[in-house]
Design a protein around this ligand. Structure first.
Ligand code: S3P
Length: 206
């Protein structure tokens, strides 16, 4: 008997019936925005970057917000923007590196989203951020040491995410995005209300 070649099944929003927004968390340089865009395209759902929304709402760049209003004001705006985005139709949301560290923001994400920590080692992160200005927290005498310190302090909190996916150098955004789809599917299956009803899937599409 000759086996017919199996058609390649592409994960699609309809198949996944994405019930909650996938929220990408992790340090600067983890690839939240680039992987997030790929993931959203793969699933056929909207992509949003919370930093971009904050900048639009404030009419200022992130360094300007930090300089003129201070980090607490930035964190407050970030929390409100993320809460609003989580109330929209399910999609992919890339967050700034400090968002998940804030207890109230983390609680909102826990309530309404599926959090995914894109975990990367400091060398990988540093290679990605070293030549990109615009990150006020890295405006220090030794930004690499600052990044390593943030990694040490924040990793135990990022580890509270629902799902952890490693972001390694040389691994394509496509591969990462597919790993996230598989992990989210497996995670969601263990939650109440699976499988989603056809009506539920229809609602997710509207
Ligand atoms: C921050 C990360 C930045 C941005 C802000 C603060 C942080 O976002 O939100 O500069 O606290 O780690 P990215 O992680 O997208 O660089």
């Amino acid at each position: 008997m000759i086996d017919a070649p199996q058609p390649k099944v592409e994960p699609r929003a309809e198949a996944l019936a994405l019930r909650r927004t996938i929220v990408l968390v992790g340090l600067m340089g983890a690839g939240k925005t680039s992987v997030g865009k790929r993931l959203a395209t793969l699933l056929g759902v909207p992509f949003t970057d919370s930093d971009t929304r904050i900048v639009e709402a404030a009419g200022m760049s992130i360094p300007e917000i930090f300089a003129s209003l201070g980090e607490p004001a930035f964190r407050d705006g970030e929390r409100r923007v993320i809460a609003r985005l989580l109330a929209e139709r399910p999609g992919v949301l890339a967050t700034g590196g400090g968002a998940f560290i804030e207890p109230r923001t983390r609680a909102e994400i826990g309530e309404y989203g599926t959090s995914v920590w894109l975990r990367a080692d400091v060398e990988t992160l540093w290679e990605r951020v070293r030549n990109r200005p615009g990150r006020p927290l890295l405006q220090t005498a030794d930004p690499k040491a600052t990044l390593a310190d943030l990694d040490r302090r924040r990793s135990p909190v990022y580890a509270l995410a629902d799902i952890i996916v490693d972001s390694r150098r040389g691994v394509s955004h496509e591969t990462m995005a597919r790993a996230i789809v598989a992990a989210v599917l497996a995670w969601d299956r263990g939650r109440p209300g699976w499988p989603p009803t056809l009506e539920g899937a229809g609602e997710a599409e509207s």
